[in-house]
Design a protein around this ligand. Structure first.
Ligand code: XMP
Length: 516
């Protein structure tokens, strides 16, 4: 693989994705990995990412000069470029001239990485220090006002560096520079694509599982569905999927899993109808965290019971059910490797988030993939588009979109309003423009309305359309007024309990996406 050494900023994942977009497989490694650790992975090339530090800051991560003796092509980016310059005997100094944002650079010698670039181009910079003198043996390729050496290379030793961020879209020729490094600098062929993962994972799953039985908790979301389809491809009927209907689903979802997914994959599916059990457990509770915890707890119990039944149904082979499929993705792997505990804003109950003490070994066929790659794999496996392109939906479902107590009647009201909003957004072709659009029922609030000649005293629903890259931050989506108008008219006409539709115009932060 191409190894992307993560110096602690947000850029490493982006670089890894861009490398894969160039059809070369990449992995992220922490900057604490030693040169021996890196070489043990037999890297085809190494990219040193940007980072938040100055090479002069105390405790700033540094690069072991031995890395450059190993004969592996290296590209340094931003902080990685400066750390590389310093390790090889160049000079890095504070210039007092920070460069941040779109910056003009002059290309003086295109070299390998900048081949095919115009002499003057705009790139995205974000740095305080700058390289003043390139190490011996390096050609200077470009300069800018604040960076006497903005790019360099030593063709002989296949070492390259740029001060800017080629991985961000604000560097228009950035992808070209990365590809120049990969194809020309490192001599790699663009022969990887997410589809390759299928054959490789099928082999790997077969080797791991043998002829044992496997279970998978299916949520109807993209990740668990694609993971299940991949395991199904590998071991067929040894897999049983368990779908828990907790009654907090949107209209049509259980049917979609039962019909569409099974039809396209042939998966053996066990549907557990736990609707009454969840309603009973939630009765009388209004506190959001309490509701989340109840849903999480009940979910695990139901799943464990179902798993036991699958084991029992396997009869005398029951003790062969040893494996649990999880749709863990690469960002989860990278982020949990980072180890920094984030503040607990909400107790996220992921349907995949089953407890460790379940007695199964994990099968995680998507753990090297980013979300868009998972979608590509899903399409190639024949998972229906409605599932592959599904927007995120929280594990606790509509239970955290009813503000107040969750009851069967309120769920019906919310389901009806939600179905209308989804239908109109789909009809307007907006599904891929928005991250998701929760519809929230303010069940304990009433307001006066008028319909025909009669007074109504009904409940408001909130539309919460958001745009986001990763759900960590989000902005409210400026939906076209006519689409909002249609949704509002239809909901108030077709759902008698609702007499008011309001729009949430709060970004995240300060608001979270869900209301609870
Ligand atoms: P918040 O409300 O935290 O939501 O801004 C961020 C994203 O996560 C989804 N979400 C969840 N997903 N289990 C999940 O699987 C949960 O408990 C959960 N809570 C929120 C939410 O829909 C949004 O996409």
């Amino acid at each position: 693989p191409v190894l992307v050494v993560d110096f602690g900023a947000q850029y490493a994942q982006l670089i890894a994705r861009r490398v894969r977009e160039a059809n070369v497989y990449s992995e992220i490694v922490p900057h604490t990995a030693t040169v021996a650790d890196l070489l043990a992975k037999d890297p085809a090339a190494i990219i040193l990412s940007g980072g938040p530090s100055s090479v002069y800051a105390t405790g700033a991560p540094f690069v072991d000069p031995a890395l450059f003796e190993a004969g592996v092509p290296v590209l340094g980016i931003c902080y990685g470029f400066q750390a590389m310059a310093q390790a090889l005997g160049g000079t890095v100094a504070q210039t007092g001239q920070r460069e941040y944002g779109g910056t003009a650079v002059q290309v003086t010698d295109a070299g390998t990485v900048l081949a095919g670039s115009p002499d003057a181009q705009t790139v995205w910079m974000s740095h305080g220090d700058a390289v003043h003198a390139a190490p011996e043996g390096f050609e200077v390729l470009a300069t800018s006002a604040g960076s006497p050496v903005a790019a360099f290379e030593d063709r002989e030793r296949r070492l390259f560096g740029v001060q800017w961020h080629p991985e961000v879209k604000h560097s228009p020729l950035g992808q070209k520079a990365l590809e120049n490094f990969l194809y020309e600098g490192a001599g790699l062929a663009p022969d990887w694509n997410p589809g390759n993962v299928i054959a490789e994972q099928v082999e790997r799953i077969r080797a791991q599982v043998g002829d044992a039985r496997v279970i998978c908790g299916l949520s109807g979301g993209v990740d668990s569905s694609v993971a299940a389809a991949l395991v199904q491809r590998a071991v067929g009927d040894q897999l049983t999927c368990v779908f828990v209907d907790h009654g907090l689903l949107r209209s049509g979802e259980a049917e979609q899993v039962e019909k569409d997914f099974v039809a396209s994959t042939g998966v053996r599916l066990k549907v557990v109808d736990a609707r009454d059990r969840f309603l009973r457990a939630l009765a009388g509770h209004t506190d959001p965290e309490t509701k989340r915890k109840i849903i999480g707890r009940e979910f695990i119990r139901v799943f464990e019971d179902a798993a036991r039944e699958v084991v029992a149904e396997a009869g005398e082979h029951g003790d062969e059910v040893k494996f649990l499929v999880q749709g863990t993705l690469y960002p989860d792997v990278v982020e949990s490797g980072g180890g920094e505990g984030a503040a607990n804003i909400k107790s996220h109950h992921n349907v995949g988030g089953l407890p460790d003490d379940l007695q199964f070994a994990l099968v995680e066929p998507l753990r090297t993939l980013f979300k868009d790659e998972v979608r590509a794999v899903g399409l190639e496996l024949g998972v229906p588009e409605v599932i592959v392109w599904r927007q995120p939906f929280p594990g606790p479902g509509l239970g955290i979109r009813i503000i107040g107590e969750v009851t069967a009647e309120r769920l019906d009201v919310l389901r009806a309003a939600d179905a209308i909003a989804r239908e109109e957004l789909t009809k307007a072709g907006l599904d891929r423009d928005i991250w998701q659009c929760p519809v929230v029922l303010l069940a304990d609030v009433r307001s006066v309305g008028v319909q025909g000649d009669g007074r109504t005293y009904g409940h408001p629903v909130v539309l919460r359309p958001v745009s986001s890259e990763d759900a960590m931050t989000a902005d409210w989506t400026r939906l076209p007024y006519d689409v909002l108008a249609t949704i509002s008219t239809r909901i108030t006409n077709e759902v008698p309990e609702v007499n008011r539709v309001v729009l949430d115009v709060t970004s995240k932060p300060p608001g979270t996406i869900e209301w609870e």
